[in-house]
Each structure stands twice: as structure tokens, then as C-alpha cells.
Ligand binder design. Structure first.
Ligand code: AMP
Length: 450
């Protein structure tokens, strides 16, 4: 088996990895690190949870160990661009953890906070700067960050950057960087805009790919409740009576939805907090902190707010609403079952969301076991031929028995027919994919960049 020292990492980093409790490299680390240590560019297809942060952070730190020098004022030796404030902060924390014996200077530049401390920090020069694109461009425009001295550029979660409309700012930043830099681009998926960006930015890159979307999905025990739209909140409360759900992330599509669901849970005595782009930075940090420490049992989040959250021990992911982009489903359920652990994902799907469910099943190449909890008329409306679905625990109980029951009787249906949505239901949202930035409304999309 490959070890970290086989990969050619120096002692000072091996010690830090061992103090972090890392024993063996993950697949992306084993594949990427040797190329990166040789100075090659890299295209990494990997989603969060695969260990990709260490895959890029360790070779960058090795560079600092090999050549220690003080970065010049208003420059950074390595620049990491990330889509959200949370992810930026986590990446910086990872650099500090892996570099604990090297003590590199690591700074974070994000929007939504005042400029002054950031300028003071930039003035000292940094080994690593982790930034969201919008605020970084402000500092470049005002001459407080000089991009021309950057040795390494990392673009993390490029597909998420695309969803947030950051491709133009990224291109503007990249155009100002030295041509002879080393460049790394990580993305969970490869839409054509990202492939184009990679083509323009990378020079003969090594390509590594891990965890095709289907494999994350296989690690997570998944279940769908087919429900009436109006019954979702009650069913959610019912699910929460299961003590096995000790730390859950509930996903909603909109920020208002997240607030409403969190209030509803709280009113029912289930400790919950919402986290999304309308919350201030300090509110988000507080909410995350109490979730991490187990003081809040449920975090209600939109896709965008949740993307950079790295919390261990999430037992359950609940999709209160299905995401409009099927890839987002895989990202969501990957919040549980991290680091090889198992986890459960429960989705509430009303009739209007059935096309989204089909897209998810197609992408993950699986049929998700389901329990039909719809009222008789909603089932009748469905107008599907002879289906055999399980009524579960008959609408009572805690919903967990229903899930167990249904595992034995996965949904068997005839072919889904498009266009059979019952009247009065909202349309399938497949066509609106980008309009919602993958799970939230627009203003939020621009917030993370500040
Ligand atoms: P990432 O995909 O970078 O967000 O990492 C996901 C999680 O895996 C983080 O909590 C890391 O601390 C952890 N991790 C990364 N690499 C390793 C490793 N080689 N061994 C154990 N845990 C790791």
C-alpha cells in the first residue's frame, strides 16, 4: 500500500499528517501528489470528501519546505481560489494543520467583511492566500494584491464557481498571473465551460479522477418518501423522532425555505438552525460551530451554503426538497458517509419533483428504494400503471420502520412517463437549472464573493 513517505513528502509534513491521524493517502492524494511534486499542472476530477484539499496543499507546503523565503509585501506564493467563504476558511485551516511544523503564513480574503484588516494582512506578504474571486479582484484593482509573483494557482470546486457566475472574475485574475506558474484545477464534474477553462489555464496537465459520482451514492444508504407537498413538514418532524438521527443536515432549495423549515423544527422541539447566504458571516460561523459541537441537532441549509461545510459525524442528510441539478444530490448526500463512514440520506419527493428524482436515479445509475406516503388522491393523480409501492408504517410511527420495510420492497414501477404531472403542480424545474444557481436564488449567488 502507498504511504505518504512513498509519495516523496518531507519529514516535516509527514509528522503533521501523523499528528492529524492520517495513516494512508486517499486515492486522489496518491495519484496527484507525485505529479505535483514534479511541478506539473493538474486537472483533478474529485468532489469534496475525497481528500482533495491535502492533495493540493501538501505539494504546495513541500515547495515552501524546499525553498523557504519571505514573500514580498502584497504578494502570495500560492493562491487558492474557492467559491465560498466557508470553503476558503476550511482550506486555510487545512494548510495550517498540515503546515503546523512549517508555520507558513496563511491568509483568507473573502467578501462581507471589512477591507482594512485584509489590506494589513496582504501588506505583510503571504505564503498562501485563499480567496473568493470577487473580493480578490477588488484588492488587485486597488493595487493591494500583486498577482504577478504567484508561483502556484489552485482553482477549487471549479464547477461550483461556474454555478455562482465566477468564471469571468476567474479569467480576469488568471490573466494577471505569471505564465510560468503551476496551475491546479479541481472540479467534481466537467461541464463544457470548465473543460474550456481547463484547456486555457493548464499546461499539459496530469489528469486524475476519483470517486465517480455513482460511488459516493453507493456508500450512502438512501431512501425516498413519496409525499404530498403540504405534508413534508409533518413528515420531517416525524422522521426526527428517531434518535438515531443525531446530527442531520436538511437541505432546502431556497433561503426562505431554509428559515421556515428551521423555525418549524425548532417549534416542534427539534434544535435546528438555518445557514445560508442571507445570514451574516458571524451568524453562519456561530450556527456551524454549535452544529459541530453537537449543540444543534439539525442544520438546515441551501446547496450553496452547504458546499464548503466539512463536519464529521453527520448521521443523516435529509432532502426536504430535491435539488434542481441532479449532481447537487450527490454533493448533498456526500455530507454524510465522509471519510469512508456510512450514512443515510432521506429524500422527501412530492409529485412535482418526480422528474427530478428520475434525473437523480439516471445520474447515479440506481433505483432509490421508496415508500409511498401520499394521500389517495395524489396517488391516483399519478396515473401510473400498476405500481407496487409500500405504504410503510401507515403514516404513523417514526418513519424509520417505514424505511426499513421499504428496503425489502424497493419501488417497482413501469417506465416513467414525461408530462404526466397532475394539474396544479408546479412544473419540473429541469429547464431552469442555472437560474437558481443549483439550489438558491440569485442574490445569494453573488454573496459569497462579496
Ligand atoms: P476534503 O475532500 O479535502 O474536503 O477532505 C475530506 C476529509 O477527509 C477531511 O475531513 C480531511 O481531514 C480528511 N482526510 C483527508 N485526507 C485524509 C487521509 N489521508 N486520511 C484520513 N483523513 C483524511
Amino acid at each position: 500500500m502507498t504511504t505518504f513517505s512513498d509519495l516523496g513528502l518531507p519529514e516535516i509534513l509527514l509528522r503533521a499528517l501523523s499528528s492529524e491521524g492520517y495513516e494512508t493517502p486517499t486515492s486522489i492524494q496518491a495519484q496527484a501528489i507525485p505529479h505535483l511534486l514534479q511541478g506539473r499542472d493538474l486537472l483533478g476530477i474529485a468532489q469534496t470528501g475525497t481528500g482533495k484539499t491535502a492533495a493540493f496543499a501538501l505539494p504546495i507546503l513541500e515547495r515552501f519546505a524546499a525553498e523557504r523565503r519571505r514573500p514580498a509585501p502584497f504578494t502570495a506564493r500560492a493562491l487558492v481560489l474557492a467559491p465560498t467563504r466557508e470553503l476558503a476558511a476550511q482550506i486555510a485551516d487545512s494548510f495550517r494543520a498540515y503546515g503546523q511544523f512549517l508555520r507558513p503564513s496563511v491568509g483568507v480574503i473573502v467578501g462581507g467583511v471589512s477591507h482594512r484588516p485584509q489590506i494589513d494582512m496582504l501588506a505583510r506578504g503571504l505564503d498562501v492566500l485563499v480567496a473568493t474571486p470577487g473580493r480578490l479582484l477588488d484588492h488587485i484593482a486597488s493595487g493591494r494584491f500583486k498577482p504577478g509573483f504567484t508561483e502556484v494557482l489552485v482553482l477549487d470546486e471549479a464547477d461550483h464557481m461556474l454555478d455562482l457566475g465566477f468564471i469571468v472574475p476567474i479569467r480576469q485574475i488568471v490573466a494577471k498571473l505569471p505564465k510560468n506558474r503551476q496551475t491546479l484545477l479541481f472540479s467534481a464534474t466537467m461541464p463544457k465551460e470548465i473543460a474550456g477553462l481547463a484547456q486555457d489555464m493548464l499546461n499539459a496537465p496530469a489528469q486524475v479522477s476519483v470517486t465517480p459520482v455513482a460511488t459516493t451514492a453507493e456508500r450512502v444508504d438512501q431512501h425516498v418518501y413519496l409525499v404530498d407537498g403540504g405534508a413534508k413538514r409533518d413528515i420531517l418532524i416525524e422522521l426526527m423522532s428517531d434518535a438515531a438521527i443525531s446530527r442531520a443536515i436538511v437541505f432546502t432549495r431556497t433561503k426562505r425555505g431554509a428559515d421556515r423549515v428551521a423555525q418549524h423544527l425548532d417549534a416542534a422541539g427539534v434544535g435546528a438552525e438555518a445557514i445560508h447566504g442571507n445570514k451574516s458571516q458571524s451568524q453562519r460561523i456561530r450556527a456551524l460551530d454549535s452544529f459541530r459541537k453537537g449543540r444543534t441537532r439539525v442544520l438546515v441549509a441551501t446547496d450553496i451554503a452547504a458546499r464548503g461545510i466539512d463536519v464529521d459525524g453527520v448521521t443523516h442528510v435529509v432532502n426536504f426538497e430535491l435539488p434542481e441539478v441532479p449532481e447537487a444530490y450527490v454533493h448533498r448526500i456526500g455530507r454524510t458517509a465522509r471519510g469512508g463512514a456510512s450514512g443515510r440520506a432521506i429524500s422527501l419527493c412530492d409529485n412535482g419533483e418526480r422528474p427530478l428524482l428520475r434525473q437523480i436515479e439516471k445520474l447515479t445509475r440506481q433505483s432509490i428504494p421508496s415508500t409511498d406516503r401520499r394521500s389517495a388522491d395524489q396517488r391516483h393523480d399519478d396515473a401510473q400503471p400498476a405500481r407496487r409501492v409500500n405504504r410503510g408504517n401507515g403514516g404513523g410511527g417514526n418513519g424509520h420502520g417505514a424505511a426499513r420495510n421499504a428496503q425489502k420492497h424497493p419501488r417497482r414501477e413501469g417506465p416513467h412517463r414525461e408530462g404526466q404531472r397532475p394539474s396544479g403542480q408546479r412544473p419540473a424545474n429541469g429547464q431552469k437549472r442555472r437560474a437558481h444557481g443549483g439550489g438558491s436564488n440569485r442574490p445569494q449567488a453573488s454573496r459569497p464573493q462579496g
